[in-house]
Design a protein around this ligand. Sequence first.
Ligand SMILES: Nc1ncnc2c1ncn2[C@@H]1O[C@H](COP(=O)(O)OP(=O)(O)OP(=O)(O)O)[C@@H](O)[C@H]1O
Length: 257
Amino acid sequence: MLEIDIDRKRYADRGGSPHVALSGLNLQVGDGEFACVVGPSGCGKSTLLNVVGGLDGDVEGRVRLDGEAPGNGVGFMFQEPRLMPWLSVLDNVLLVAGRSAAAKARAVDLLVAMELGDVLQAYPGRLSGGMQRRVALARAFVIEPKLLLMDEPFVSLDVPTANRLRAMLVELWQRCRSTVLFVTHDLREALALGDRVCFLSGAPGRVVLDLAVTLPRPRAADGTAVLELQARLLAQHPGLLAGLASGNGCAPGRDDG
Ligand SMILES: Nc1ncnc2c1ncn2[C@@H]1O[C@H](COP(=O)(O)OP(=O)(O)OP(=O)(O)O)[C@@H](O)[C@H]1O
């Protein structure tokens, strides 16, 4: 179980008063659950992931993964693939997986499953944006992380490529059963991926709506079921997205969708 209790996260003075990025943000994510976090620009989504992953320890509050501070079993995937340009595809994954024969076998299996078997020795600069994200996905899953933190990993890809990557992500998650915290601006993406979607208020971010998504899988972000759920949500919570932007308009609660 991932337990997030952030009383307050402040950034130091940037020429005016200190900026409070998160305040009173409480969230629990069950083992193996896929939780998406959506919210307006600047509400603190990336800050939340940095705090949860221990990249930023300057926070009032605490984060616990099975009762302890999250440590080695945490994987990250960011907006940019962040591959090492001087290492081959395989070596980029081995950098995280280790050099044992078992690690190498696992890395190759994963890359083949991601349809990258033909480019194991290629350098990232030769790959398309979508292929680079697939390498980053393989790198994220090769350690079978207990917790995977994902910060808009499929942003600025064309629709078919993003759909394909989402399908691969769900397949890997179903295989590994990692707990996933996935940040996105895109409500349809969140509804397509998540067991839950947590909506954050405008800054300072806190959870204002916690929605269980019970649509059957597989789901497509541009499929009818997701589009209908999105329309229903916006009708049930008029001003949900506008309200999020201004920090009002939704009462805390848990809905079924
Ligand atoms: N290192 C930092 N120092 C000072 N302020 C920061 C720092 N990092 C983020 N902020 C500020 O904290 C707020 C939240 O930033 P954050 O990147 O977490 O938001 P976000 O919801 O992820 O935004 P976006 O959706 O636009 O990526 C913003 O106002 C940002 O300018």
